[in-house]
Design a protein around this ligand. Structure first.
Ligand code: SAH
Ligand code: SF4
Ligand code: F3S
Length: 442
């Protein structure tokens, strides 16, 4: 038995990579006697796991860190740590602005957290470590099952970092160059997870199609598909320029690979795509969508897009709208461009006025709302396999889960069926989800 030493609270922002890093931090600290709490004022350790991808995310991190000062004043023994992409970006600088911070650890140094905390209680100086390594030790840290939410679904790191240098993007600077995890470690982790009841594996990396951990990405998918107990495989994020025919064919051949892909397109205009350094055209992108549909007819698509990149004209924006109308995504994460430090686009004039960015975003989001609803309406009457994730937040007598296409489905059911795969008949389409009922035979 490990002696209980106190409570830890982690605030998480940003992408799924950060969600996984938070599961890892809770697990490493739990093994040392630090238990999670939802009550911030009770915490002995408060950690902010930050994101810096847009200016707004960065500002949120800084203002939330500012708010922690009062907790520190009330409880001087409190340890405050900043992790993730803002920690990597700022390093020492953040201590100058927020001198009460105890620990600043960059994106390659997560594994050091428990040892630093052990030393930290004795040592007064703030500890800052934002070194980049050749081997990222935290990729091999495996979260404890108790921190998997829901418990039958697990994120798995397969690579970290990015070599693409899209001209607007800070990620290559804050996550470093691409480093892949050895495929044997990945397969071992997944085999163990499946023995422990995990049915759905979600492979993570900033750019998974460039995976090079001893075998190719399609080969890795094939090997995971062969693991007993795994029912579903998902991955993110893919880059259109690296979607090889071999990878596309996996969607036709591998029965466990879900009928969904997240494939960011960023803009529908070729001149904007060029200025973004994306290395594909709208025609290439649309061809990829067609190829994916030809290997799996009921493929669903989600994407990322931004409006207001420097020099984006009304014509360019209409090209983006045209692409959105053509693909009919099931989910679209849309953003206003914001300049990021160190990136190539920083030297371009941010010349689309904020009000115009907002106008374009509103038009895009309104159109996308209509598309999702009409996609969902077309699903009414169909029966889908759903893995049940949990009790519905609105109705204690209902549960929710996801289809292979990644649609969220709510239906009447009890907590006993959480984690099982059931057949659900869709009765109603909602703006962001489906409502159904258990079909015969479930
Ligand atoms: N590796 C992924 C995700 C990158 S970050 C990928 O390549 O797609 C997630 C999304 O944030 C990006 O797809 C992009 O749409 C958006 N984004 C990145 N930098 C941005 C910026 N400077 N301003 C606005 N949105 C940005
Ligand atoms: Fe950023 Fe581009 Fe890399 Fe994605 S592919 S993380 S958008 S640089
Ligand atoms: Fe944000 Fe870092 Fe992810 S910048 S999107 S948390 S890789």
């Amino acid at each position: 038995m490990i002696t209980m030493r106190g409570f830890v609270k982690i605030f998480t922002y940003g992408c799924q990579m950060n969600d996984l890093d938070t599961q890892k931090m809770y697990s490493m600290l739990f093994k040392k006697g630090w238990h999670p709490t939802t009550d911030t004022s009770r915490a002995d350790i408060i950690i902010l796991n930050t994101c810096s991808v847009r200016q707004k995310a960065y500002e949120k991190a800084i203002s939330n860190l500012g708010r922690l000062k009062k907790y520190k004043e009330r409880k001087p023994s409190l340890i405050v740590a900043v992790m993730g992409c803002v920690a990597q970006q700022e390093g020492e600088n953040i201590i100058k602005r927020l001198p009460y911070l105890d620990i600043v650890l960059g994106t390659h140094q997560l594994h050091k957290l428990p040892d630093i905390i052990d030393g930290e209680s004795r040592c007064k100086r703030p500890i800052v470590d934002t070194t980049f390594d050749h081997h990222i030790l935290s990729m091999d840290v495996i979260p404890l099952k108790r921190f998997l939410t829901p418990p039958h679904k697990a994120y798995i790191n397969i690579m970290q970092g990015c070599n693409n240098f899209c001209s607007y993007c800070i990620v290559p600077y804050v996550r470093g160059r691409e480093i892949s995890r050895d495929y044997k470690q990945i397969l071992d982790e997944i085999e163990n997870l499946s023995k422990n009841g995990v049915k759905e594996v979600f492979l993570l990396g900033q750019n998974v199609n460039s995976y090079r951990g001893g075998i190719t990405f399609p080969e890795l998918l094939k090997r995971i598909n062969d693991i007993d107990g795994v029912e579903r495989i998902r991955f993110t994020t893919s880059h259109p320029k690296d979607m090889s025919d071999e990878l596309i064919e996996c969607f036709g051949k591998l029965d466990k690979l879900c009928n969904h892909i997240h494939l960011p397109f960023q803009s529908g205009s070729n001149s904007v795509l060029k200025a973004m350094n994306r290395n594909y055209t709208r025609q290439n992108y649309l061809r990829l969508i067609e190829k994916l549909k030809s290997v799996k007819a009921d493929m669903a698509f989600s994407s990322d897009v931004m409006v207001g990149f420097p020099n984006e004209t009304e014509q360019d924006f209409l090209q983006t709208m045209d692409l959105v109308n053509a693909v009919r995504f099931d989910n679209l994460y849309s953003f206003k461009y914001s300049p990021r430090p160190g990136t190539k686009a920083l030297s371009m004039v941010d010349n689309v006025p904020i009000i115009e960015k907002q106008r374009r975003l509103s038009i895009l989001q309104e159109k996308q709302r209509q598309i999702i609803l009409s996609n969902n309406l077309a699903r009414v009457g169909n029966v889908y396999d759903v893995i049940v994730d949990g009790i519905s937040k609105r109705d204690p007598k209902a549960v929710y889960g996801r289809t292979t296409q990644n649609s969220i489905v709510n239906f009447k059911g009890s907590s006993e069926i959480i984690g099982s795969t059931v057949k659900v008949k869709i009765e109603k389409a909602n703006p962001n989800s489906l409502t159904g009922e258990l079909a015969d035979g479930s």
